[in-house]
Design a protein around this ligand. Structure first.
Ligand code: B12
Ligand code: SF4
Length: 442
């Protein structure tokens, strides 16, 4: 019995390499590898960096699907099915759109794998494969087995990805995580996380949780243990962490040097529209940011444009805000109508979707707006995102923020990361835009 794992790529511009900042180790594959029963032979193709062998002698092909990779995933699934292989699809997009995915494979797995991985293998071996396996939020492994991509590790960015929990207890309307995990949060055992971190090659960690602070007691215990490892790490948090001085200190002392915060918008009405107005109740936003910075932790600030109040002045004000706080790095993304989220449903009801299934649309490119914004046109929104990214990542801005960041943290890893990431993003502003989704990958 042999299985093949596939991580599909988003797409590539003709003659160009895959976007460097997207090339992180595929933790999803390591976790699925861990959940396979013993005795099953396995192999892995990473579509971002290598060609897929469609003539493999595997019995089952497991493909992980995100919304941006759905078109490519369905193409790969089709090629394997032509060769008579059994194809199983799973992941975020499949959980959001199981009906659609089912048309392209023999079985779908919805939500987390859990025991379903073993059940599916058994069903296949006994000729009883079901069309649908439905899991529930769970984390059921001790240490993710990365041996499946050890031979490719050099091609990934030198960061180890580890998950400490899954889900988030907030319910922002545009968010796939809120929908996937039904606004619930679960976490792993601290001793498993620490053992996994010890086993990782790179001592710079990205803890991939969406909200590591969802269970305060757990977070505090974890930070105390991470401190003993003497590593540097980063994660995604919500601003409420800054209200808890003790946790903030524990975080800093354990090696946390940068956090990604999804501010999304600085406009109160927009925050209300996305059900994230709770961030306004936390207290003075500027003060909370200052507290995080004063603790020696840098901020990767993420903003989303395209909500109903957004026009050019939102970009101007947001740029001023990012300059005032001299953020480590920012993302100026446009709103994405991810399938089956409340945002998607509202836009569909208001007949504002330019294309229902933009992720499968012929000729769709990364950065294309898939809905009709209220105060600007779709093309203007796209152009504004580009214009203000360019402003933030121009060299004079990189140098001035770099000096501030140098003063904030003495950590050499983070100082190196600052220059590396900002210069990379400077060049990637235009590289990202227009990547044809699902194209130029053979
Ligand atoms: C790390 C990460 C990244 C890394 C790269 C990760 C990588 N693949 O190399 C970086 C920072 C580069 C990145 C970039 C992007 N990301 Co990202 N990322 C994540 C993050 C935080 C963790 C992913 C992870 O490793 N999870 C841990 C694994 C173990 O969990 P899992 O993937 O859910 O897998 C479990 C199940 O889903 C299931 N499963 C998954 N696949 C399959 C397949 C089969 C066959 C089966 C049976 C089961 C199964 O089994 C697993 C174990 O239970 C997630 C959010 C999150 N917390 O998961 C977002 C997330 C996946 N990213 C997202 C997005 C949108 C992006 C970008 C498009 C952002 C952008 N605008 O540039 C890019 C696209 C990059 C690309 N695909 O090439 C979205 C996807 C939403 C969606 N509907 O598809 C997510 C969910 C974030 C969010 N808040 O919405 N990302
Ligand atoms: S806080 Fe972040 S992860 Fe949680 S629901 Fe909102 S956008 Fe999603």
């Amino acid at each position: 019995m042999k299985v093949t794992f596939i991580l599909p790529a988003i797409g590539r511009k003709k003659g160009e390499k895959y976007l460097k900042s997207w090339l992180m180790e595929p933790l999803t594959i390591a976790v699925m590898n861990t959940l396979l029963p013993e005795g099953v032979e396995r192999e892995f193709y990473d579509d971002r960096i290598e060609s897929i062998n469609y003539d493999t002698d595997s019995d089952i092909v497991f493909i992980t699907v995100e919304t941006y990779t759905a078109k490519r995933a369905y193409y790969i699934a089709g090629r394997f099915r032509e060769k008579g292989k059994t194809v199983v699809l799973g992941g975020y997009h499949v959980t959001l759109m199981p009906q659609e995915a089912q048309e392209h494979c023999d079985a779908v797995m919805i939500n987390n794998c859990g025991d379903n991985m073993k059940a599916l293998i058994k069903d296949y071996e006994t000729g009883n494969l079901k069309e649908r396996y439905v899991g529930k939020p769970c984390i059921d492994y001790k240490i993710a087995d990365r041996s499946i991509y050890r031979d490719k590790q050099k091609k990934y960015l030198p960061v180890s990805l580890v998950e400490t929990g899954r889900g988030c207890y907030h319910n922002c309307e545009f968010c796939s995580i809120a929908k996937y995990y039904d606004s619930k949060y679960i976490h792993r055992e601290v001793e498993d996380i620490i053992a996994e971190m010890r086993s990782c090659k790179h001592k710079l960690f990205f803890l991939v949780d969406d909200s590591i602070f969802s269970d305060k007691a757990f977070a505090k215990e974890l930070f105390k243990e991470i401190k003993k490892l003497k590593v540097t790490w980063t994660t995604q948090i919500t601003l409420d962490i800054a209200r808890d001085d003790e946790t903030l200190k524990l975080m800093r002392d354990s090696g946390c040097s940068m956090v990604l915060i999804g501010f999304e918008s600085i406009n109160g009405d927009n925050l209300k529209q996305m059900n994230k107005e709770w961030t306004q109740r936390l207290g003075e936003r500027d003060e909370l940011i200052e507290k995080i910075h004063a603790a020696g932790i840098s901020i990767y600030a993420s903003f989303v444009f395209g909500f109903d109040e957004d026009a050019e002045e939102s970009f101007v004000r947001t740029l001023e805000f990012t300059r005032k706080h001299q953020f480590f790095v920012v993302a100026f993304n446009h709103l994405l109508t991810f399938p089956n989220t409340p945002t998607y449903k509202v836009f569909a009801k208001e007949h504002r979707l330019i294309c229902d299934k933009w992720w499968l649309q012929e000729g769709y490119t990364f950065g294309t707006i898939s809905f009709v914004p209220k105060r600007v046109s779709a093309d203007e929104l796209r152009a504004l995102c580009r214009k203000y990214r360019k402003q933030f990542f121009k060299f004079s801005s990189i140098v001035s923020r770099g000096i501030t960041c140098l003063k904030r943290t003495r950590n050499p890893f983070i100082n190196f990361a600052y220059w590396f990431i900002n210069i990379l993003f400077h060049f990637e502003v235009d590289k990202r835009l227009g990547i044809p989704v699902g194209e130029n990958l053979e």
